[in-house]
Write a protein that binds this ligand. Structure first.
Ligand code: B12
Length: 310
């Protein structure tokens, strides 16, 4: 059946969705809501996108990336001949470049751009699809380093330069967090003593902790994720009550990176191993007992293979 429609002239909704990096559901919604859809029909009666239809959709997408609301973008794209439509007045302050941070060598840059585009279009199904597909195919560490980090960094830069994209940052965070939280905990954890993951007090950037918890789960380690903004006395209480083997603390921004309080955390018997990560920490002031780690894979390795391994 699929082979038959693929041979028909024009493109089906799936092919157009892949080409634009959008979900097929989004294209159907645009068709229903804004009347921008396939104008062709195959001999078999299937609705097909002609090259002109695809050009109009690409124009609509460019306008949305430039900041136009979808309804207005569709209106302009339908009115102008396919090509380079002018952005409507009052939009486009941020430019229409899809923001992407530096992807590590070997990363699939088309995939990175696809997720960035989906995020800028607030296209949740396509974002979910990209994140979940990468995790399932590549595992958490590669999906985080090669896909999620470059897009998060790119959106962060865009926000820093334009003051906009807050909604994109929030939605992308929700999708990334959801995808990482779906990684099932290990059925038979290899660690006996708990591993605690916490953000520094007042630190709201918790995504790297979710990435770490998910990567550890894939390595067979069960971790307790205390999440964002953990007060020092709450982390101390958790250490006293659970006797963890390892505690990992994340600081993303300088405001949360004063490490003095780490020295007051209670010890345990056998000793708790303290790891710190994130660009916020004042590394020159980290207590000697705290080991600083610089990447997700290093954090996983330290926890799996370190001296006080699970
Ligand atoms: C998502 C996001 C948010 C979300 C967080 C949601 C959540 N649940 O985590 C929300 C909307 C809450 C948010 C809030 C704020 N944010 Co914010 N945010 C981001 C964004 C886009 C991604 C954060 C992230 O996950 N970074 C982790 C990875 C992706 O980035 P990285 O740390 O640079 O990665 C490097 C290393 O750390 C390492 N690494 C990567 N992953 C891992 C994992 C582990 C385990 C380890 C060990 C290492 C490691 O590898 C990378 C290369 O070296 C960043 C952009 C950015 N560049 O990070 C801004 C960013 C961090 N935010 C920023 C700001 C200013 C804020 C706010 C103050 C905004 C405000 N005015 O309210 C608040 C902070 C409030 C607070 N007290 O914490 C700035 C910080 C600027 C600075 N240098 O201080 C950034 C850099 C954006 C920008 N360019 O302006 N933010």
């Amino acid at each position: 059946m699929r082979g038959e429609t693929d041979r028909e002239p024009g493109l089906g909704v799936g092919a157009v969705a892949r080409r634009l990096g959008l979900a097929a559901a989004t294209l159907r919604t645009w068709d229903r809501r804004y009347g921008i859809g396939p104008s062709g029909r195959s001999p078999g009666g299937h609705r097909r996108y002609t090259p002109g239809d695809v050009a109009r959709l690409e124009a609509m997408q460019r306008l949305i990336l430039a900041g136009a609301p979808p309804g207005e973008a569709a209106h302009v794209a339908l009115r102008e001949p396919p090509g380079e439509p002018r952005p409507p007045r009052g939009h486009g302050a941020g430019g229409n470049r899809v923001p992407v941070g530096e992807a590590p060598a070997g990363a699939d840059t088309a995939e990175v751009r696809g997720l960035a585009r989906a995020a800028m279009s607030l296209d949740v199904p396509a974002m979910n699809d990209a994140v979940r597909t990468a995790i399932a195919r590549d595992g958490v560490v590669r999906a985080w380093d090669g896909l999620m980090v470059p897009v998060l960094v790119g959106i962060g830069r865009k926000h820093a330069s334009s003051g906009g994209c807050v909604e994109v940052e929030h939605l992308l965070s929700t999708v990334v967090l959801g995808g990482l939280a779906e990684v099932p905990p290990p059925a038979r954890p290899v660690n006996v003593r708990p591993v605690l993951l916490a953000c520094a007090p007042e630190e709201q950037h918790s995504l790297p902790l979710y990435a770490l918890a998910a990567a550890l789960a894939q390595g067979g380690v069960a971790a307790s994720l205390l999440g964002a903004r953990v007060p020092a006395d709450a982390l101390a209480a958790a250490i006293r009550r659970t006797g963890p083997g390892t505690v990992f603390v994340w600081s993303q921004i300088a405001r949360t990176g004063d490490p003095d309080w780490l020295s007051d955390l209670p010890g345990t018997r056998p000793a708790v191993r303290l790891l710190a990560g994130g660009p916020g920490w004042r590394r020159d002031r980290l207590p000697d007992a705290v080991r600083f780690v610089t990447s997700l894979s290093q954090a996983v390795t330290e926890i799996l293979d370190g001296p006080a391994a699970p």
